[in-house]
Design a protein around this ligand. Sequence first.
Ligand SMILES: Nc1ncnc2c1ncn2[C@@H]1O[C@H](COP(=O)(O)OP(=O)(O)OP(=O)(O)O)[C@@H](O)[C@H]1O
Ligand SMILES: [Mg+2]
Length: 210
Amino acid sequence: MAALLRLLEDRGFTGAPRYLGQEGGADLLSFIPGTVPSRFQAWSDGQVRAAAVLLRAMHDATRGSGLAGRFEAVCHHDPGPNNVVFQDGVPAAFIDFAEAAPGDPLEDVAYLAWTWSISSTGTMPPARQAGQVRLIADAYGLASPQRQVLVDCVLERQARNVRFWAGFQARPATAPATAAQTAERIAWSRREHAHLFAHRRIFDEALARP
Ligand SMILES: Nc1ncnc2c1ncn2[C@@H]1O[C@H](COP(=O)(O)OP(=O)(O)OP(=O)(O)O)[C@@H](O)[C@H]1O
Ligand SMILES: [Mg+2]
C-alpha cells in the first residue's frame, strides 16, 4: 500500500491519500478533508461520472508500473462510495487501499457500477440505473469488448460476495462481522444478484446503444 500511494503521488494522481511514513508501527497517511458516505444510496449522474473519471485516472497512473506487474493496472478492488471522500458533493479521492492489488481494471469498473448505480431497493427504476451504468462506461472510457461483459462481471462479483461471506459461516470465529450481519450481507448480495439478473437485458441494451 505504501508503494502504491507513493507511485500515485509520483505520477501526479491527487485522488488518494499521500503516504507519510510510519509512526509507532502504524502507517501514517495524509488526511483528506471532506465527507465519506456511511451508506449506499442513489447518486446523481454528475457524482457517478466523477467517480468513474477518478477510477480511470487511478488505473492510468499505475499502468506499466512495476507494481502492476504482468497485470494491466493496480486495482482498488473496493471503490464503493463508502471508500470515497466527497468534497462539495463531488467524489474527490479514494481511501482504504487495503484490498489494492494488481488486477483487471474491469473488476473495479464492475464493482463501481454495482455499488454506485445498481440497487434492488433504490428509488431509481432499472432503466435509470442502466443509464447510469452506461454513463460510467462512457466516463471511464470502457472499450467495447469490456462493455459486452460488464454485466457478467458485476454478477460474478455479486456471486463472489455471497461466497466470501458464506465462508465465514463455516468459521464464525474468523468473521469480521456478527453472525446476523454476515447473514444479512449474504441475503443482500443474493438479492442484488437476482435484481441484476432479472433486468440484465435493460443494462446490456443501455451499454450496447451507439
Ligand atoms: N486519508 C483519509 N482522509 C480522510 N478520512 C479518512 C482517511 N482514511 C480514512 N478516513 C476515514 O476513516 C473511515 C474508515 O476508513 P477506511 O475506509 O480506510 O477503513 P475501514 O475499516 O475499511 O472502514 P469501512 O469498513 O467503513 O470501509 C472512512 O470512512 C473515513 O471517514
Ligand atoms: Mg473502507
